[in-house]
Design a protein around this ligand. Sequence first.
Ligand SMILES: C[S@@+](CC[C@H](N)C(=O)[O-])C[C@H]1O[C@@H](n2cnc3c(N)ncnc32)[C@H](O)[C@@H]1O
Length: 257
Amino acid sequence: MDIRAYNRTAWDRAVEEKSPWSIPVDSEITAAARRGEWQIILTPTIPTPRGWFPEELRGVDVLCLASGGGQQGPVLAAAGARVTVYDNSPRQLAQDRYVASRDGLTIRTVEGDMRDLSAFADASFDLIVHPVSNLFVPEIRPVWREAYRVLRPGGSLLSGFLNPVTYIFDLRKADDEGILEVKYSIPFSDLTSLSEAERQRQIDEGAALEFGHTLDDQIGGQIDAGFLIAGFYEDRWPDFVLDRYIATFMATRAVKL
Ligand SMILES: C[S@@+](CC[C@H](N)C(=O)[O-])C[C@H]1O[C@@H](n2cnc3c(N)ncnc32)[C@H](O)[C@@H]1O
């Protein structure tokens, strides 16, 4: 299966279905960002610490990586950054262009795969903002290597991702019956860990296909790519049953020295 093509269609549909990750920010948010009052998220709820960003955003080249939906990109552009939003879904990118045109912002949008940043030269960005999205690709070490390549020395990669424990449970059973049953091992893949019937149900529902990566690939992969991990926090999604027991989201600040 061409996972990139499949997930592109799934995310285009998610925009039509008004997924929370596809709802653009409103004009009040960008107006406040123009006044210097802004925040973004990498995980469901906790604002990314202001200290993770350069003190002054004006003139800073920012890559919003797999971050379409008219959310992080417009806020950072309104705060003064030179923003490129890179995403696999044309409809997600259209949300960023919609906000840019509505609020008079300049945002470059580029369609592509997060594992391949060949559209960008070495050392072209000062900051990469990469909210939770690497669950949609089977391998993530190429993402870290590419991010390292396109960052300038001294630049940072701010990433949100899922604790792999999320994927050991039968989440359908958790949703339907409120029972947490351990069923899968990590690394998890919707392509190979699910039964044929389970996978077909995902596909029939048009849901994006997901992958549960090891912490070795999530954190070790960033370190192996050359980054120094300089910041960390965990977050919860209030509606998600597992988050009553453990924070299933985390964020890292990785620095290219
Ligand atoms: C949960 S959304 C993240 C965007 C959102 N603004 C946020 O705050 O989290 C996941 C994004 O990953 C994108 N995506 C999925 N697979 C991708 C891939 N292979 N390369 C680039 N982007 C991808 C989707 O199109 C979607 O926009």
